[in-house]
Design a binder for this molecule. Structure first.
Ligand code: AMP
Ligand code: MG
Length: 374
């Protein structure tokens, strides 16, 4: 056994495009026996169990430390299952499934009585997705059951985009891991609620809001998506109200116009370094004086940034920084998903660059007390 294989977890190194059928067969028999299998999707790695088996699903919640009121996404491999697990499927759900499945889009629809209550956290709706990763599709097909799968991280941590991230969070707590290398998209699926009028995006992700509107017309964004204060808003998607995607370090995001962001991040990092180890999550090859620096790549390529985002948050943690100062992104296209994850990682600590420039010492001491208080 090599150093990265935990004793109770079998790790299969699978070919991404032509997954070995014997590995898929073993993994699918674990699913059918009520076990837990971690598998890659095109978005992030998922922690899968038979969605129809309440005992298997209960293990998912336990292993992740996931609050029981946060429902799971049910993964399917054939379109018919949308009609079996959901009900009252309208033209919009059908059109979206036809256009974006298999792919990074999750549809929230009224549910039938096929699924146990625990899978949907007692709701009368269900979130369904057909992933396009060959390993995910192959596993679901061979298992012959829909697979409930949240991201394969401990609750609250950044989602895993490699099998090593999974091993660090869940070693020995799952039966098998299918390792097919890093995931393509890097942020989770878009979640759209088709039970509201107009349909509402609960979580931005791999399919953009612009693409959704092109198929079904009017689509709203839930106010929490762009970080309205939680206040009296009722979180429609239960997962929205939890701090999420968070490294151990405190995160602050600087938003505004690109040139100003760069200047503000530089100043803020310099101030904070008087007291703390500071990591910067930059872009565009900007050079920062920091204790650790990760560059998400060109601002002209937000999809590349999305792919690297969670890995870099984890790596900055590994460098032992106390605080991460991140450059903000324009909230359009996949940039909306990047900013949504950064806002959640920052617990809402998103500051305009011009304010940072005007009030660097004030903001820096505010952050210091914040950091010292946690
Ligand atoms: P993950 O844990 O990464 O798979 O995230 C799944 C997301 O889908 C969470 O934010 C859930 O709250 C959301 N979700 C799952 N089922 C439903 C549902 N029936 N209605 C609304 N949101 C849902
Ligand atoms: Mg998750």
């Amino acid at each position: 056994m090599d150093g990265r294989s935990p004793a109770k977890t079998t790790i299969y190194r699978v070919d991404r495009d032509n997954p070995e059928s014997e590995f898929l067969a073993e993994a699918s028999s674990i699913i059918r026996a009520g076990g837990l299998v971690v598998f890659p999707t095109e978005t992030v790695y998922g922690l899968g169990a038979d969605a129809l088996n309440p005992y298997a699903v209960e293990r998912i919640f336990r292993v992740k430390g996931r609050p029981p009121d946060n429902p799971l996404i049910v993964h399917i491999a054939v379109h018919d299952d949308l009609f079996i697990l959901g009900k009252g499927i309208d033209w919009r759900a059908e059109a979206l499934a036809k256009k974006f499945w298999p792919g990074p889009l999750t549809l929230v629809v009224p549910r039938s009585n096929k699924l146990p209550a625990i899978t949907v956290a007692g709701l009368d709706t269900v979130a369904i997705r057909m992933p396009r990763h060959p390993v995910a599709l192959g596993l679901i097909r061979l298992s012959g059951v829909p697979i409930a799968a949240p991201s394969a991280n401990l609750s609250g941590r950044p989602s895993p985009t490699t099998a090593d991230h999974v091993i660090r969070d869940l070693a020995d707590r799952v039966d098998a891991i299918l390792d097919a290398g890093p995931t393509d998209i890097g942020v989770e699926s878009t979640v759209i609620d088709l039970t509201s009028e107009p349909p509402q995006v609960l979580r931005p992700g791999g399919v953009t809001v612009e693409e959704l509107r092109a198929v079904v017309g009017e689509v709203d964004l839930h106010p929490l998506v762009t970080g309205a204060p939680i206040g009296d808003l009722v979180a429609k998607s239960p997962g929205m109200k939890y701090r999420h995607y968070a490294p151990r370090a405190k995160v602050v995001v600087v938003v505004g116009e690109a040139g100003e962001i760069k200047q503000a991040v530089q100043l803020l990092a310099a101030h904070l370094r008087r007291r703390f180890r500071v990591g910067v999550l930059g872009t565009d090859g900007h050079r920062y004086e920091a204790d650790a620096l990760r560059d998400l790549g060109p601002r002209s390529s937000p999809s590349g940034a999305a792919q690297r985002l969670f890995r870099y948050l984890r790596e900055l943690d590994d460098e032992g920084v106390d605080i991460i100062v991140a450059e903000g992104w324009p909230e359009e296209g996949i940039g909306l998903a990047i900013m949504n994850r950064l806002r959640k990682a920052a617990g809402g600590l998103v500051i305009p660059a011009d304010r940072v420039l005007r009030e660097t010492p004030t903001i820096s001491s505010y952050l210091r007390y914040g950091v010292m208080g946690t």
